[in-house]
Design a protein around this ligand. Structure first.
Ligand code: K7E
Ligand code: CUA
Length: 764
């Protein structure tokens, strides 16, 4: 115990700035280069990405987590992973799917009453204002089970999952319109719309359909409003990705497709396989849709209700002149509108070209009523030749396109060539190529989907990593390669393994646009952002027993869970609400109960609930799962599940194993006096500088004084007990005073370090 007192003293000494001397005397730069086999180019790349301790990244990237059903957040250019956000899959660290508030969100993703606990995330999309990323929300789709999730970037938590009521799979989500009025989701594999009934493949042309859904986003609520959302029925092509028009093309959206052959496979019946039947034609169809007009038709009620959802049927869309198609070569993947909104880029996987369409020419053809015919479903077909701005031969397997801050400059991934091509879409010429490792899918530039791309960096999302990393078995990580695009020539800077599913797409935003909170208002349900009815403040904790339910309103604060014991009988429903009372940044507590499969992450201010049936009698320790303080391990308690009707056989009082004497009490008091001296010195320092200019420090100081305030009340108590010569209880309560002091000192020292590192100024 004395040692801990000394520890506090020594912490102060270090905090007071006894600098560690003899910095880094070891190797010279030349020695390190030689030893590690690095050349000048490597050093330059390292210097462009290396971020010293405490350094921040210029951009933040949000990557799909593929089959992990999550979102991965990392910084650019350091490529350091900062967070995995649980979206369609339970994520234990965040308690996602293990506490009641988050389960509610996850269960919104049930389909036909069935729990679905995985997702295949493909395309994240950031909210936009006037076509620019605004840093408020992130959306992402689940291709396997047609769903869209909404993530609030104030706390990086998933707030909503909506199930598409008419599709069976979606690939083309999530893409936003320039003011995030709508989030676009497109089906991939055609199926009978909405109905969960069987229909034979022989009836494919008549009963199977594609669809595009425009989900209305309510920005003030931060939620999708399903009632104000609608879809348009599409032919049974495999609609792929979409992009919303911007600037001159705002109000329109574009969707590419493959397998417009409408082939249905059947190799078992001796028919040629899907891959042959789905790529036989030289062209597929680029869908051109007037979504602003479509929204008016929806409001005017020109829809059919399918599975409770409003659908503009294809015949209506054609009659109202809101849908057109243009041939596009060949089995394309992805469609991208240029930042100025004047052109639309489509790359055919099986064609060596990218095709650049002119929005003006498309509009001119529509206006003139100049069509080359109709598709098999009666949609007017605009000719490719009338609408092409240019076609550029880039290489093998062109897939996705992104844009630079420099006018007319685009980057396209070449899957088969394993290259990125830099090219000029205005003049139609190739500017540069760089090899990537290996088989690139998407690529991404900073804010490259918006009206104002930021240039600087490009990330290649490579499908295969083969020999790039230390082997970890047959399942390899993916490889995100960072490429410098600031000069004329692209240069490769860094390889980052992604060890969590196969990311398809990633978006990045200027880090300055993100304004995440560091704490919640005390008592917040983070999933709804509303005050939780189950919040408790210090001193309000209670346990209520009613019938066979036990409900606990508890709190967590260093280093204490209130209550410390929860008693239940076998078969009781146990509900535990917990509020983290901390205000200091990063003072998260966790909570779990042995063997009941519950876990909560309780960040400062958050209120969460865990719930379970105490179905077996026994003794179940519960504890805080975050190493939150020196006495973290002591942040514990017991759930006691008694057999029904159990009665103690004798009057019992819980007793500690050790007995304490007057000498112990005196030693305790001495320790308190010594530690108070430490606290006083820290307080003197903090109040001698402008600490009030640092909100983070103010929170820490508030918390510190709260802790010390509790110590004051207990001083009266232990002194009274000592006066009665109850050394046992006097010693333990004095020890508790010291516990509060340690927490105060811990916070005080952290505040002091913060102030020193941020060059706080003397005020007296
Ligand atoms: Cu993998 Cu956008 Cu789903 Cu291309 S997608 S690679
Ligand atoms: Cu709270 Cu560990």
């Amino acid at each position: 115990m004395k040692r801990l007192g000394k520890l506090a003293v020594s912490l102060v000494a270090t905090g007071m700035g006894l600098a560690v001397s003899g910095a880094w005397a070891a190797d010279s730069l030349q020695d390190v280069m030689k030893a590690r086999g690095l050349n000048q180019q490597d050093l330059l790349a390292a210097a462009k990405t290396y971020t010293p301790t405490g350094g921040r990244d210029e951009f933040m990237a949000f990557s799909s987590g593929g089959q992990s059903g999550q979102v991965i957040v990392y910084g650019i250019p350091s490529m350091r992973i900062l967070k995995y956000i649980g979206v369609f899959t339970p994520e234990p660290w965040q308690g996602y799917g293990f506490d009641e508030e988050s389960k509610k969100v996850l269960r919104e993703g049930n389909i036909d009453g069935k729990e679905i606990n995985w997702g295949d995330t493909h395309h994240p999309g950031l909210s936009e204002t006037n076509g620019e990323s605004d840093g408020q929300f992130l959306f992402i789709n689940d291709k396997a089970n047609p769903r869209i999730a909404v993530i609030d970037l104030r706390d990086f938590e998933t707030k909503q999952i909506v199930v598409n009521p008419i599709m069976k799979s979606d690939h083309g989500g999530a893409f936003v319109t320039p003011n995030t009025d709508y989030i676009i989701e497109t089906s991939q594999y055609p199926a009978p719309l909405g109905n969960r009934k069987f229909s034979p493949l022989e009836d494919f042309n008549d009963t199977y359909r594609g669809a595009i859904t425009y989900w209305k986003f309510d920005r003030t609520k931060g939620l999708i409003d399903a009632k104000q959302s609608f879809s348009i029925e599409l032919p049974p092509y495999s609609q792929d990705l979409s992009d919303a028009g911007k600037g001159p093309s705002d109000g329109w959206s574009f969707t590419n497709s493959f397998c417009s052959e409408r082939y249905v496979g059947g190799i078992e019946k001796g028919r040629p396989p899907y891959e042959a039947g789905c790529s036989a034609k030289d062209t597929d169809y680029l869908h051109v849709i007037n979504w602003k007009r479509a929204a008016e038709l929806f409001k005017a009620g020109k829809t059919t209700t399918i599975n409770g959802h409003q659908v503009i049927m294809l015949a209506t869309a054609i009659k109202e002149g809101i849908i057109f198609v243009i041939p596009e070569p060949k089995s394309p993947h992805g469609v991208d509108v240029t930042p100025d909104g004047t052109k639309i880029v489509v790359a055919g996987k099986l064609d060596t070209h990218v095709s650049v369409y002119s929005f003006d020419k498309i509009m001119a053809a529509i206006k003139a009523g100049k069509f080359e015919g109709k598709d098999p479903y009666g949609i007017p077909v605009i000719s490719m030749k009338d609408t092409l701005h240019t076609q550029v031969e880039l290489g093998l397997g062109p897939l996705h396109t992104q844009f630079d801050s420099k006018p007319c400059v685009a980057y396209t991934s070449l899957y088969v060539d394993s290259q990125v091509a830099k090219w000029n879409y205005c003049e139609g010429k190739v500017l540069d190529k760089i090899a990537v490792h290996y088989n690139i899918g998407h690529l991404m530039t900073m804010e490259g989907d918006t009206t104002k791309p930021r240039g600087k960096y490009l990330v290649a999302l490579n499908k295969l990593s083969i020999d790039r990393f230390n082997p970890v078995g047959p399942l390899h990580p993916q490889n995100h390669q960072l490429i410098d695009i600031s000069g004329d020539k692209m240069t490769l800077l860094y390889d980052m393994p992604i060890p969590l599913g196969e990311p398809h797409y990633v978006v990045a935003i200027d880090a300055k646009k993100l304004k995440p909170a560091v704490r919640y208002k005390v008592g917040t349900n983070s999933r709804t952002d509303l005050p939780s009815p189950y919040a408790a403040r210090a001193g309000e904790e209670k346990t209520v027993r009613k019938g066979n339910s036990v409900e606990v309103w508890g709190t967590e604060i260093r280093s204490h869970i209130t209550p410390e014991t929860i008693e239940a009988e076998v078969g009781d429903e146990v509900t535990i609400h917990l509020t983290n009372l901390e205000r200091a940044e990063d003072e998260t507590h966790g909570f779990t109960v042995s063997t009941y499969n519950v876990h909560a992450s309780v960040e400062p201010g958050k209120t969460v609930t865990v719930k379970f049936k105490a179905d077996k009698e026994g003794v179940y320790p519960y504890y805080c799962t975050e190493f939150c303080s020196a006495l973290h391990l002591e942040m514990e308690g017991y759930l006691l599940v008694k057999p029904k009707g159990w009665k103690p056989s004798k009057a019992t009082t819980a007793s500690a194993g050790t007995t304490y004497t007057e000498a112990d009490y005196k030693a305790e008091v001495k320790k308190i006096t010594d530690t108070q001296a430490v606290i006083d010195s820290v307080v003197t320092y903090i109040t001698s500088v402008n600490y009030k200019d640092f909100p983070d420090v103010v929170s820490m100081v508030d918390d510190a004084f709260d802790q010390l305030g509790k110590a004051k009340e207990l001083k009266v108590k232990h002194e009274a007990l000592a006066a009665k010569q109850d050394w046992q209880n006097a010693t333990l309560w004095a020890e508790q005073v010291w516990q509060y002091q340690v927490k105060t000192a811990d916070l005080g020292l952290r505040a002091k370090t913060f102030l020193e590192q941020h060059n706080a100024k003397k005020i007296k």
